[in-house]
Structure formats: C-alpha cells, structure tokens
Design a protein around this ligand. Sequence first.
Ligand SMILES: *[C@@H]1O[C@H](CO)[C@@H](O)[C@H](O)[C@H]1NC(C)=O
Ligand SMILES: *[C@@H]1O[C@H](CO)[C@@H](O)[C@H](O)[C@H]1NC(C)=O
Length: 399
Amino acid sequence: MGTQEEDPTSPSRALLSCIFLTCIALSAAFSATDQSVSRPLKKLEKPVVILISCDGFRFGYQFKTSSPNIHRLIADGTEAELGLIPVFPTLTFPNHYSIVTGLYPAYYGIVNNQFVYPKTGDAFTTSSHEPKWWLGEPLWETVVNNGLKAATYFWPGSEVKKGSWDCPRKFCMLYNESVPFEDRVDTVLSYIDLPSSEAPVFMTLYFEDPDHQGHQVGPDDPRITEAVARIDSSIGRLIDGLEKRGVFEDVTIIMVGDHGMRHVPILAIRPPPSYSPSDFVAKMNEGLESGRVENGKYLKFYLEEELPSRLYYVASDRIPPIIGLIEESFMVEKKKQQECGGAHGYDNALFSMRTIFIGHGPQFARGKKVPSFENVQIYNLVTSILKLKGAPNGSSAFP
Ligand SMILES: *[C@@H]1O[C@H](CO)[C@@H](O)[C@H](O)[C@H]1NC(C)=O
Ligand SMILES: *[C@@H]1O[C@H](CO)[C@@H](O)[C@H](O)[C@H]1NC(C)=O
C-alpha cells in the first residue's frame, strides 16, 4: 500500500461535492455547445464528428510538456476547465462505453473490465464481442439507424454486431494494438476523402497512451511526458490532414480520456451462496476497523444496494453483491508486485480520476471553459451536433 496525499475531493467530502457536481453537470451539458456560436459549414455538406480517446489521459497531463496541438484545440475550442468526470468504476471498458451510450455501466451491463455472470457462469473479458453482453445503443448504431455512415478505429464495444451495426470491414477496425498511431490517423483522414454519400459522419479514434505507461510507471514518470508528446503529435497529424483538405473548421473534434491515473481496480466480491452478504460485509468492516489490519481504515465494504447512489452502481444482476471502496492512493494486492505503478477503478469523485474534455468545431465556442461534467453527457452532445435522433437513454436499455 502507498501513502495518502492531500486531495481536494477526499471521500469524506465526496457526497457534498457530488450534489454540487450534479447541478453543474446539468448546466454544462446545455452550454458545451452553443447554438448562438454555431458557424456554418464551409466545405462539408453534413456535420462530421471525430471522437478521440486517449486512454488514461489524466486531467493535467496537457500541461506536462509542450503540446501545441492539444493547446490549439483548447484555445480555439471549448474545454471542461477542471476536467471530465468519469463514471464508476473508473476503468477503461465501462468508461468508453458510457461515453458512446450516455448510460451508466449498470444500465448497459459492462460493469467491470472482467466479470462473471452468476446466472450462467459465463465470463466477460475485454475480448468478449458477443452482443448479449453489450446492452444500450452506442453512437455508431445510432448513426447507422439514422441512415448515415459511422466508422470506428478501435473503441471498446465497436466490434460487437448489434442492431443496424454489423461492424463493416471497411469502417470497423479489429483491435490491434500494434497499429501505429499515424496509420490510425491517416485512415480516418482517408474517410473524409470519400464522396459525401459514402463518408462516415461519426468516427472514433482510440489511442492506448498514456494509460499504457501510467500502469507501468505511475503518473509522474518522464515516460508519461513522452507519451503525451506522442499523443500531441498524433493530434497534430490529424489537424494537418484536415487543414490540407480544407475541412479543419468544418469537422468537429471531441478529445476525451476515459479516466485519470492514480498510484485499484474495483473490489467486487460474490461470497459463496451459503454466506449472507450482509454478515460478510459486517465482519469484513469490523476486521478492517479493528486496528489489527494495516491500513484497514482506508478500505470499506458495502452491500451493492448501500453504495452511495451518486455512483449509480446498482440494479444490475451482473454486479456482485459486495463492493469495496478504497481510498485514494491505496491498493489492495494479493502479493507485493511493482511499487510505483498506477491504477484506476477508484471512486469517480476523486480529482485524480478526472480526464480531459476538449470540443473543437463549428458548434463549439472558441476559448470557452465549461465546468466539469460526467462523460454520460457526451452521447447527447454528439447526437445534437450531428442533428440525429438519439436513443432515449435510461430505462430503454435496462437489462
Ligand atoms: C442518460 O443521460 C443523461 C445525460 O445526458 C444522464 O444524466 C443520465 O443519468 C443517463 N441515464 C442513465 C440511466 O444512465
Ligand atoms: C497488427 O498490426 C501490425 C502493424 O500494422 C501488423 O504488422 C500485424 O500484421 C497486425 N496483426 C493482425 C493480426 O492483423
């Protein structure tokens, strides 16, 4: 376990700040795009959105090194001034799928990066592409439902065939982490060259960095700085390509991350059927509070239904009945492994879990700052920019 540091959003204050965040989140959604600033398209016939995710791009990484391209998008676009709030659990798969569905994980069922479905004993892993796991309607499906084309250059869930989305060869890339970032950018640019009737109006672009390095070395290592510089040059390549085509001011770029980075995956426990979950929770918490467990006070177990409601981590039979929440900068390990790596999966109210939101394009005001908001707002943001009829979120996707 590590040491605890000061943070503006300590879990004890989290509930209060959460009430506050809910209010500002609602106002942010309405002001992130602003009809009064909407600039007409110059060359393209239809609005086009490129949604970029940089895995584990913690809020603040944009200041680690000179990143002229990211800063150009910020200066000429709209930014969540203190970052984008991820959903709980702050892990890659749930957060990416919340971004594209506008739903909390319990409502589309990807409740963790890995889990076992108790009714069947089937295991979900990050390579499970069967539609049964993936509920909710992702943006690429919405776009196709509206008679338009979508393209995915990697995104969790994008290879899953569901509804009108059949992961077309041409527009749906099968995950391969070895593909250089440059090739990803160039392919997306090549879609812009297609005749208007053929060209996707919504494209995703996914970069594994800097999460990849964050796990190996933690948030403050120079290798993170290098990864940020590499992301910046990939953004630069995209901007250059769009400018060469005369469409940089027409295309909307939304750059986000999925979660931040901090020196724990979610602790979810399904006790054997003969144990009562509430006794289990009581005994575990008693032990942790007894003072006999080193750092025990930094971990607390909850029955799923007793988790703070602001986490929306309830109402799915995929969620194990017992969840442990751990305080920032601590981790629970079976064995002592490497010391200085990073982790995520913590409470999404923690500032260290925040990531970036930058919107640049005809419907985003230039140089505007908006308060932090939750990433479930992005679905509606994209459908409104593309002027599409979106899926009603909420109950329709309930498992
Ligand atoms: C639906 O989306 C809105 C934001 O657009 C969000 O506030 C709400 O919680 C979402 N509903 C669910 C069930 O995830
Ligand atoms: C993955 O991408 C690399 C680099 O482009 C390529 O050499 C390799 O053949 C690809 N692997 C598969 C399974 O397509």
